[in-house]
Write a protein that binds this ligand. Sequence first.
Ligand SMILES: C[C@H](O)[C@H](O)[C@H]1CNC2=NC(N)=NC(=O)C2=N1
Length: 117
Amino acid sequence: ASAHSFAPSRLSQNPNFLAKADGELIPRKLSDAEIKQVLPQLTGWSVVHGKLHRSFKFADFIQAFGFLTKVAIAAEKLGHHPEIYNVYNLVTLDLTTHDVGGISRLDIELAKQINGF
Ligand SMILES: C[C@H](O)[C@H](O)[C@H]1CNC2=NC(N)=NC(=O)C2=N1
Protein backbone atom coordinates (compact mmCIF):
# COMPACT_ATOMS: atom_id res chain seq x y z
CA ALA A 1 0.00 0.00 0.00
CA SER A 2 1.18 3.50 -0.66
CA ALA A 3 1.79 5.87 2.21
CA HIS A 4 -1.36 7.67 1.29
CA SER A 5 -3.43 4.56 2.18
CA PHE A 6 -2.69 5.32 5.82
CA ALA A 7 -3.93 8.88 5.76
CA PRO A 8 -6.63 9.50 8.40
CA SER A 9 -9.29 9.91 5.71
CA ARG A 10 -8.70 6.30 4.60
CA LEU A 11 -8.50 4.87 8.10
CA SER A 12 -11.70 6.62 9.12
CA GLN A 13 -13.49 4.47 6.54
CA ASN A 14 -12.92 1.42 8.76
CA PRO A 15 -16.37 1.10 10.39
CA ASN A 16 -14.90 -0.10 13.69
CA PHE A 17 -12.92 3.04 14.37
CA LEU A 18 -13.28 6.79 14.32
CA ALA A 19 -10.37 9.01 13.38
CA LYS A 20 -9.88 12.11 15.48
CA ALA A 21 -8.74 15.35 13.82
CA ASP A 22 -5.08 14.47 14.50
CA GLY A 23 -5.51 11.06 12.87
CA GLU A 24 -5.52 9.06 16.12
CA LEU A 25 -7.95 6.14 15.93
CA ILE A 26 -10.46 5.49 18.66
CA PRO A 27 -13.00 2.68 18.75
CA ARG A 28 -16.54 3.45 17.66
CA LYS A 29 -19.41 3.44 20.12
CA LEU A 30 -21.63 0.43 19.32
CA SER A 31 -25.37 0.87 18.84
CA ASP A 32 -27.89 -0.73 21.23
CA ALA A 33 -28.79 -3.19 18.44
CA GLU A 34 -25.13 -4.19 17.93
CA ILE A 35 -24.68 -4.74 21.68
CA LYS A 36 -27.88 -6.79 21.93
CA GLN A 37 -26.61 -8.99 19.10
CA VAL A 38 -23.24 -9.75 20.73
CA LEU A 39 -24.46 -10.10 24.34
CA PRO A 40 -25.41 -13.82 24.03
CA GLN A 41 -21.70 -14.56 23.41
CA LEU A 42 -20.76 -12.89 26.70
CA THR A 43 -21.92 -15.31 29.38
CA GLY A 44 -22.79 -13.54 32.63
CA TRP A 45 -22.53 -10.00 31.29
CA SER A 46 -25.42 -7.57 31.04
CA VAL A 47 -25.75 -3.90 30.26
CA VAL A 48 -26.23 -1.79 33.39
CA HIS A 49 -26.13 2.00 33.21
CA GLY A 50 -24.85 1.72 29.64
CA LYS A 51 -21.83 -0.40 30.63
CA LEU A 52 -21.02 -4.11 30.32
CA HIS A 53 -21.47 -5.36 33.86
CA ARG A 54 -20.64 -8.63 35.63
CA SER A 55 -20.06 -9.70 39.24
CA PHE A 56 -17.78 -12.54 40.32
CA LYS A 57 -17.64 -14.35 43.67
CA PHE A 58 -14.48 -16.13 44.85
CA ALA A 59 -13.52 -18.28 47.83
CA ASP A 60 -11.62 -15.43 49.46
CA PHE A 61 -9.84 -12.12 48.88
CA ILE A 62 -6.65 -13.70 47.55
CA GLN A 63 -8.57 -15.60 44.86
CA ALA A 64 -10.45 -12.42 43.95
CA PHE A 65 -7.25 -10.41 43.69
CA GLY A 66 -5.47 -13.12 41.71
CA PHE A 67 -8.31 -12.85 39.20
CA LEU A 68 -8.02 -9.05 39.21
CA THR A 69 -4.29 -9.34 38.51
CA LYS A 70 -5.09 -11.32 35.35
CA VAL A 71 -7.69 -8.69 34.42
CA ALA A 72 -5.10 -5.95 34.96
CA ILE A 73 -2.53 -7.63 32.70
CA ALA A 74 -5.11 -8.21 29.94
CA ALA A 75 -6.32 -4.60 30.25
CA GLU A 76 -2.82 -3.19 30.03
CA LYS A 77 -2.01 -5.31 26.95
CA LEU A 78 -5.24 -4.13 25.33
CA GLY A 79 -4.72 -0.50 26.37
CA HIS A 80 -8.25 -0.62 27.71
CA HIS A 81 -9.12 -0.58 31.39
CA PRO A 82 -12.14 -1.76 33.38
CA GLU A 83 -13.92 -0.02 36.23
CA ILE A 84 -13.19 -2.30 39.20
CA TYR A 85 -15.04 -2.66 42.49
CA ASN A 86 -13.84 -5.20 45.06
CA VAL A 87 -15.13 -6.10 48.50
CA TYR A 88 -13.29 -9.08 50.03
CA ASN A 89 -14.24 -12.05 47.80
CA LEU A 90 -16.57 -10.12 45.48
CA VAL A 91 -15.48 -8.38 42.30
CA THR A 92 -17.71 -6.22 40.13
CA LEU A 93 -16.49 -5.07 36.73
CA ASP A 94 -17.98 -2.39 34.51
CA LEU A 95 -16.66 -2.08 30.96
CA THR A 96 -17.13 1.11 29.00
CA THR A 97 -15.03 3.14 26.60
CA HIS A 98 -14.56 6.53 28.16
CA ASP A 99 -13.14 7.97 24.92
CA VAL A 100 -16.47 7.42 23.10
CA GLY A 101 -18.96 7.56 25.97
CA GLY A 102 -20.34 4.06 25.47
CA ILE A 103 -19.59 0.41 24.75
CA SER A 104 -17.10 -0.32 21.97
CA ARG A 105 -15.50 -3.47 20.53
CA LEU A 106 -12.69 -3.09 23.06
CA ASP A 107 -15.19 -3.71 25.86
CA ILE A 108 -16.50 -6.80 24.06
CA GLU A 109 -12.93 -8.05 23.57
CA LEU A 110 -12.01 -7.47 27.22
CA ALA A 111 -15.19 -9.22 28.45
CA LYS A 112 -14.39 -12.25 26.26
CA GLN A 113 -10.84 -12.45 27.60
CA ILE A 114 -12.06 -12.12 31.20
CA ASN A 115 -14.56 -14.95 30.67
CA GLY A 116 -11.60 -17.16 29.76
CA PHE A 117 -9.82 -16.64 33.11
C1 LIG B 1 -4.47 6.92 25.77
C2 LIG B 1 -5.14 5.69 26.26
O1 LIG B 1 -4.99 4.63 25.36
C3 LIG B 1 -6.62 5.94 26.47
O2 LIG B 1 -6.82 6.96 27.42
C4 LIG B 1 -7.35 4.69 26.87
C5 LIG B 1 -6.85 4.06 28.15
N1 LIG B 1 -7.80 3.09 28.67
C6 LIG B 1 -9.11 3.24 28.46
N2 LIG B 1 -9.98 2.45 29.05
C7 LIG B 1 -11.29 2.61 28.91
N3 LIG B 1 -12.13 1.79 29.54
N4 LIG B 1 -11.78 3.58 28.13
C8 LIG B 1 -10.99 4.42 27.45
O3 LIG B 1 -11.49 5.30 26.74
C9 LIG B 1 -9.59 4.26 27.59
N5 LIG B 1 -8.74 5.00 26.94
